[in-house]
Design a protein around this ligand. Sequence first.
Ligand code: FAD
Length: 392
Amino acid sequence: AAPAVVVIGGGFGGASCAQALRRHGLVVTLVEPNATYTACPFSNAVIAGLRSMEQQRFGYDGARAQGITVVHQAATGIDAAARQVTLGDGSRLAYDRLVLSPGIALRFDALEGYDEAAAATLPHAWQAGPQTELLHRQLEAMEDGGTVVMAVPANPYRCPPGPYERASLIAWYLKTKKPRSKLLVLDAKDSFSKQRLFEAGWAALYPGLLEYVPLSGGGRATGVDVAGRAVVTEFGSQAGAVVNVIPPQRAGAIAQMAGAADRSGWCPTDPTSFESRLLPGVHVIGDACIAGAMPKSAFSANAQARVCADAIALLLRGAPVPEPRLLNTCYSLVAPDYGISVAGVYRPAGGVLADIPGAGGISPLEAPPATRAAEAAYAEDWFETITADAFG
Ligand code: FAD
């Protein structure tokens, strides 16, 4: 019989990998508890009322049409020695190779007072779905003149430019709908992705509306006060009518349970095959893996999925795996018609994925509105392409 590969997680990494494995003629089972996947890219536009939640949802009929067996269960255990996965209903799946792409778990132990119950009042909206809609509704319900407070974590976390795109689009919402309001962004670090581009955009579009406080200015959140709707820092607390707390993160729970994550909370992998350095026969891709210089993005997860699928097909034949090159591009919207991007190319070096110097690029700091509008359009085209590849 053809070798069997089980993929855990039907997000950008897992769904893309299942399709790529299938193209190699392998027997593929995709394990994903939800019948519908809700995409995070462009969910900041949903929060700002620019897009409907419907446009974020994708199903698994495309995967089934490719001959992938889709099982809507959560994986609850992995026995890497016996090469078996246990599912929520107690059944077991045997595999020759396993791919883990469970995404992130939010660290509800990291900020004092910020647990899962607190997120019902102070949404994180860092896993798209009901949390995205909650933050959008809270913004809509806020009176003009209110303050929105955002807390942003230190690296590493899912989507490095995501908090700043969110700040931009919330600022755009306030400017156009509630112009007497303010946005306060509290950051646990001093520098961030595409910083000069974002700051130039904020200065041009949202002067006096968006205030950014870095770590060195006292921006690091240490906890929250749910009743007072406030973010607590070492220097005091900042209350808001709407408070968005993006907590620190780690690899999805199943990665911790299986022993694929190290003390950092993320999963060390071989950068050529994405095979776990801790569990032989198990590959980890997407946000859950430690990918060196590659950011945790849907674009990265999709690129890693293809490289991982090719490596698995070769390993199953006993063939050598060539050194890969991987590409990532992160688009961000500073306003609906104002896009910026950063691209990187990566290859294994020193046991991790490293930047190939000079191969990437970033949007120019000075550019006419037509360039920014074109990049906003490219961002939409990218979303269509990647969701078609993963779910089509
Ligand atoms: P996910 O997409 O989260 O998929 C994980 C899947 O695993 C989920 O479906 C989950 O249900 C499933 N799962 C978890 N545990 C189990 C289990 N035990 N058993 C079975 N299944 C399980 N990236 C970009 O490239 N461009 C962007 O513009 C962009 N914008 C973003 C904006 C925001 C606000 C956010 C939060 C993120 C953004 N990202 C963007 C990042 C992107 O969403 C993630 O990097 C991407 O989803 C990672 O894919 P993944 O497969 O690792 O995880």
